[in-house]
Design a protein around this ligand. Structure first.
Ligand code: PMP
Length: 457
């Protein structure tokens, strides 16, 4: 039996027996069986019992054009039949990889005209580490090797990407913090800003970078990396003073600026890329997720002329993945970008559904006793849960408040994600206003239920 037609119980039993889930405590399944998702269309997924659920997360922040788009499916089908695979190592190239390189040079901010392909955000960031260190080595500055990231930053789950990120629990597992990686404070005004106004706090948080560079010596620092909005950290968007100051500091000390667009890229914040929303110009830019709307695994690193010139004369670039520039994944990414352009999805987020999303969320839950802050940009939102609004006091970690709200949302037919003590959402860019209303109403209802359970209503 191929196993495509089983009962929910069977699927759940086999899954728990044979599959280790990423970022999941296996004991969770003692209490609650896995959700088996069997199909999807547009904004919705269906579980194995046939229940329709509104996907407020676009999968894992990635299905930007929504599920079931025939343009992407047909592109995969066509390319699979024409050339299912060939590599781009040595001196080979394929038409989809060539076209996608050109297209990415076009849609990324001006000046980022050179592309390297990988298969995941983690691999893109591993590539960045090797590429940037090589960049300095070629120029006779091998000591310029340290990467500075941020606490609660997320850049992936390979050993190197784990080190780049600032998740302490990930560092602790498997001795995964390599030497040569440092982390500064994250710019979360609501929890870290105290009495400062946001702009003042933004400058303070950015100047932690200058302090760190001075502590390490600029001659030892290769690059700074940050997400425009820290997604997996809880949708932390910095005050508007932060990014320009970060850029100024990077330029002053000749530290390369890497902006991780894996979540923010391809329209999510209302511009093609998050760095455009914040008005900064990176030297290198990793991207994944929305590049193919998650239909196939593909990632890319875009980099500027300065990096290109050095790499061009830097000798053998000893790096690459068998599936770098995979033709089928590239064909799907091209169809995806064409669709985003044709349907003006980026403009839609900027002018219509993005502002509506934040207005509706704020109206529905902004004054709720469990909510401290609604934050984010475009179709990326974080709702900070608090035990006490006035003192900005959080719950005990053991209360698992966000996980509870997540489960309450799911019972009511909505997928949102719990991150620490925040609820986060990133619906597909095709989301309709009525679906945003539905999300806001279900979240409000779930928060009411949680408040009753936690004795706050
Ligand atoms: N960077 C960022 C900003 C991410 O959010 C993620 C994944 N959530 C990654 C990198 C890693 O991507 P992947 O899971 O495809 O390796």
């Amino acid at each position: 039996m191929s196993g495509m037609e089983r009962t929910t119980d069977e699927w759940q039993r086999i899954d728990v027996e044979h599959h280790l889930h990423p970022f999941t405590d296996p004991r969770y399944f003692d209490k609650k069986a896995p959700l088996i998702v069997t199909r999807a269309d547009g904004m919705h997924v269906w579980d194995s019992s046939g229940r329709q659920i509104l996907d407020g997360m676009a999968g894992l922040w990635c299905v930007n054009v929504g599920y079931g788009r025939k343009e992407l499916i047909e592109a995969a089908n066509r390319q699979m039949s024409t050339l299912a695979y060939y590599n781009v190592f040595f001196q080979s190239a394929t038409p989809p990889q060539i076209e996608l390189s050109r297209l990415l040079a076009e849609v990324t901010p001006e000046g980022l005209d050179h592309i390297f392909f990988a298969n995941s955000g983690s691999e893109a960031n591993d590539t960045i580490i090797r590429m940037v260190r090589h960049f300095w080595e070629v120029q006779g500055q091998p000591d310029k090797h340290v990467f500075i990231g941020r606490k609660l930053g997320y850049h992936g789950s390979t050993v190197a990407a784990t080190s780049l990120g600032g998740m302490q629990n990930m560092h602790a597992m498997g001795r995964s913090l390599l030497p040569g990686f440092e982390h500064i404070m994250h710019p979360h005004w609501y929890l870290e800003g105290g009495d400062m106004d946001p702009d003042e706090f933004g400058l303070k948080a950015a100047r932690a970078l200058e302090d760190k560079i001075l502590e390490l010596g600029a001659d030892n620092v290769a690059a700074f990396i940050g997400e425009p909005i820290q997604g997996a950290g809880g949708v932390i968007d910095a005050p508007r003073t932060y990014w320009p100051e970060i850029e100024r500091i990077c330029r002053k000390y000749d530290v390369l600026l890497v902006v991780d667009e894996v979540i923010c890229g391809f329209g999510r914040t209302g511009e093609w890329f998050g760095c455009q929303t914040y008005g900064v110009m990176p030297d290198l830019m990793p991207m994944a997720k929305g590049l193919s709307s998650g239909y196939l695994p593909i990632a890319a690193v875009a980099y500027n002329e300065r990096v290109h010139k050095v790499l061009k004369d830097g000798g053998l670039f000893s790096h690459g993945y068998t599936y770098s520039g995979h033709p089928v994944a590239c064909a799907v990414a091209i169809a995806n970008i064409d669709l985003i352009r044709r349907d003006k999805l980026v403009e839609r987020v900027r002018d219509d559904v993005g502002p509506y999303f934040h207005d509706r969320l704020k109206a529905a839950v902004g004054d709720h006793p469990l909510v401290g802050e609604v934050r984010g940009k475009g179709l990326l939102a974080g709702v900070q849960l608090v035990k006490d609004r006035d003192s900005r006091t959080l719950f005990d970690t053991a209360d698992n408040v966000a996980m509870r709200v997540r489960d309450l949302c799911l019972e009511r037919g909505l997928i949102m994600r719990a991150v620490g003590q925040s609820m986060v959402a990133s619906p597909a860019l095709i989301v309709k206003r009525a679906q945003i209303d539905e999300m806001a109403d279900i979240l409000a209802d779930s928060l009411n239920a949680a408040a009753r359970e936690f004795g706050m209503a």
